[in-house]
Write a protein that binds this ligand. Structure first.
Ligand code: AMP
Ligand code: ZN
Length: 465
């Protein structure tokens, strides 16, 4: 069976067929840059990173756009509270976002449009909506009139037919109960201070929802393949994006909508407003490693809620160490050739890996394939049945899978190993000079890093605690 995903639009699993053969256009709602992202946000970003990496693994050329919301109610509110210009304020959190993505090995995408660089595009979309009869003006602000878009609500399974006509909402974020005409362009008010643009729509600023419709269509075309984000965005944000985009062009907007479930803390959505959140940096400061965080955020299927616990996070260390111990053993392997046996293992586990991820990114059996591979080849090695020139085949396979998973840090691992080898060599020299104190000091230094030494007749070997 081919690659297939659960599509929120149709509420069923569908084969994936992009508009242009071999190419995928994809848009994912990015951060509102008013604060450090929390690991709940990163669950959504790591999910889209997995999707992107897997599409590439399956041979697609991916053009992936992630927007940066650098003007909205929250960015304005918080920059003013700190009394610094909006741009300086949001630049700080844009940088933090990129740094954090880098730490978590989230691949850079092809384009990161910022809302403030696209005001004319948004104005143009609003003008088109007006030409098509979807808007009205109230107190200088422009609203989308939802009863001009008959399918409004359907995307979120929401019945809005009983709603009072003309009721409207000015806030960027609101709940389902507040479904009503939403704002496209907000007239300037004194609270906005220096944040405004003079446009054909008057002095003001765009609402939040319009930026995603305008920027996604600008870079991906009026109809494109995939749109993603967290499930909290289904309503109102994505419903509003659909109404705006389709209201302006009269064409279908997105073909596959893919939404990631929440990260929970003690049963509740991790969010800034609930105050139950951890930033990436807070967790790193507690001594956890970036790849442990990447692993835990990746290892639960994206359509299942993930309950975050520090016990769960601790448990990832064992899995990652199994992988790095394995890589080390493979690098050292020098046995008899495994030949066909190895080819069979490679073929079988690759097949499991791809079949699982083809199935709506079913990550658990894909990880199962990786660990079964580690077990199978590990057995060969301990039976002395992996030849030196076969190691590269094994490592190539892991490297290929890691292009999708991203949590195996081979380079860092190799560097760490070089460092261990260097210290062991120094210790051997000290022992040869009968400098026992120095040899002991080096043993302890390694032990403090979790490395245990064992002196054998042929030399010193090491393992992790
Ligand atoms: P925001 O900066 O709040 O606009 O959110 C950025 C992205 O993170 C969106 O795709 C949200 O759906 C997602 N997100 C926010 N909170 C969580 C959470 N607790 N679990 C998973 N994704 C989340
Ligand atoms: Zn968006």
């Amino acid at each position: 069976m081919a690659l297939h995903f659960y599509n929120t639009l149709t509420r069923r699993v569908q084969d994936f067929e992009p508009l242009a053969e071999g190419k995928v256009g994809m848009y994912v709602c990015g951060p509102t840059v008013y604060n450090l992202a929390h690991i709940g946000n990163f669950r959504a970003y790591i999910f889209s990173d997995l999707l992107r990496r897997y599409l590439k693994y399956r041979g697609y050329e991916v053009f992936h756009v992630v927007n940066l919301t650098d003007v909205d109610d929250k960015t304005i509110r918080d920059s003013q509270a700190e009394n610094i210009p909006l741009k300086d304020y949001t630049d700080r959190y844009k940088k933090a976002y990129f740094d954090d993505c880098d730490t978590l090995k989230i691949e850079p995408v092809e384009m990161y449009p910022a809302a403030t660089d696209h005001i004319p595009d948004m104005v143009r979309t609003i003008e088109r909506l007006t030409e098509n009869g979807h808007t009205y003006v109230s107190d200088g602000s422009v609203y989308f009139k939802i009863d001009t878009f008959p399918s409004y609500g359907k995307f979120a399974n929401l019945d809005v037919s009983g709603m009072r006509s003309g009721a409207r909402i000015l806030a960027d974020e609101y709940e389902k109960e507040d479904a009503r005409d939403f704002v496209l362009w907000k007239a300037w008010t004194p609270e906005d201070g220096p944040v405004f643009w003079e446009t054909s729509l008057g002095k003001g600023r765009p609402g939040w929802h319009i930026e995603c419709s305008s920027m996604s269509q600008k870079y991906l075309g009026e109809t494109f393949d995939i749109h993603g984000g967290g499930v909290d965005l289904i309503f109102p944000h994505h419903q509003n994006e659909i109404a705006q985009a389709e209201g302006a062009t009269g064409k279908p907007f997105v073909r596959y909508w893919i939404h990631c479930e929440h990260l929970l803390v003690e049963g509740q959505k991790m969010s800034k407003s609930a105050g139950n959140f951890y930033t990436l940096r807070e967790i790193l400061d507690k001594g956890y490693r970036p790849m442990e965080i990447r692993y835990i955020l990746l290892a639960t299927h994206y359509r299942q809620q993930l309950n975050f616990t520090f016990e769960g996070l601790k448990a990832t260390r064992g899995a990652l160490e199994r992988l790095s111990d394995f890589v080390r053993n493979v690098r050292l392997a020098d046995g008899q050739p495994a030949g066909e046996v190895l080819n069979k293992i490679l073929g079988q586990r690759e097949n499991e890996f791809v079949t699982s991820l083809d199935d709506d990114l079913n990550i658990s059996p894909a990880l199962g394939a990786v660990f079964n591979f580690v077990r199978d080849v590990g057995r060969l090695i301990s039976d002395g049945k992996l030849a030196k020139d076969e190691s590269s085949k094994v490592l190539d396979k892991l490297t290929a899978w890691n292009r999708v998973l991203g949590f195996m840090d081979f380079e860092e691992e190799a560097l760490a190993e070089e460092e261990v080898a260097r210290l062991i060599e120094k210790r051997t020299e000290a022992r040869e000079k009968k400098n026992w104190a120095e040899a002991d000091r080096l043993r302890k230094e390694l032990e403090a890093q979790g490395i245990l030494l064992e002196d054998r007749p042929k030399g010193t070997i090491w393992k992790r605690k």
